[in-house]
Design a binder for this molecule. Sequence first.
Ligand SMILES: *Cc1c(COP(=O)(O)O)cnc(C)c1O
Length: 386
Amino acid sequence: MSVYARFGVATVINAAGTVTRLSGGQMHPEVLAAMRDAAGACVDMVALQGGASRVIARVTGAEAGIVTGGASAALLLGAAACLAGLDPARMNRLPEVPDGRNEFIIVRSQRNMYDRALSVAGGRIVEVGIADRYSGSGVRDAAPWEIEAAITPRTAAICYLAQAQSRPSLAEVASVAHAHAIPVLVDAAAQLPPKDNLRRFLAEGADLVAFSGGKAIGGPQASGLLAGRADLVASALMQMLDLDLFADTWNPPDEFARLRQLRGLPQHGIGRSCKVGKEEIVGLLVALERFVAMDDDARQANWRGILQAIVAAANGTSLQLTIVDRPMPLLEVRAPDATALAARLAAHDAPIHCSLGRREENVLVISPSALTAAQGAVIGAALRAI
Ligand SMILES: *Cc1c(COP(=O)(O)O)cnc(C)c1O
């Protein structure tokens, strides 16, 4: 009997991708074993984040990194780092920023609900640009000069959403920011694979970049990582830690040696509610090593194989099934009424949840990222039966 059954909760077949509301994906046994090992012993959490920093620096090319409780937590902590730096007095005041240097500039067309993490830390969002290319009334989006014109002594950072359609380019935004000694904080939560993206945004000028650990990396659902400039990562870490201790008894590891130079020890920071457990930290690190060790082509082939298992098991269905690469392989199911089809799949003995993101076109989208091949066969059979 599964542990979920013990608590009276049904499991689902998650064909919607590694979305948070459906509990992310399924972890590899090696990651599970690492988490179990981690749970069976105690460690100093700063030392553990020091170990995490070495792994993250190696795979991203960043100066430093920490494991967080998700990409959203990484954004909140990264924003707190941009607001407070290594000043314990500023850390203690967040989300208040007494001198008003609390503005995060973001291109209007890149606004999204995850940028709330910046406001939670104490930031104020300043939108820039009019995206004519989205409204259909023109071809332009924000230009680098418009971002530059919004920079004032109140600017804490520029935030950037890493997406293929984001404009201006990250390199252009970083060059404007760095000309004014302002950091760039990048939300790249779902920008993996390709695995090169672990390095790409930092190479293009990001000072901090946030990735989700529970999406393609295959780590614990509630994990993420923040990588970048050593001083900012150290500040972010400081604002998440349990600091109920005396300064003269605290000795952070060499990876965060600059924390030894603070003029005092702040108390629990704005990020204290972003607590990440030792199990998540270890699980994310093992998943990250597995993710970078795997070839992108092999990963794509695995995913495509799961979708092909669905198509094979659905043989004979009147629904139109198409495998597309966007860039992850996805299965599009064209139905007379996609919303009704989704309801029937969700009512299946083993409830099947798909993405309704394209319901207006009557297309259900099936993602392989949280599926096994065996579950693919169940989905195919269900489609055929319907
Ligand atoms: C998924 C996602 C997040 C949140 O990631 P979590 O790891 O669930 O906190 C943030 N930003 C974007 C763009 C995302 O796609």
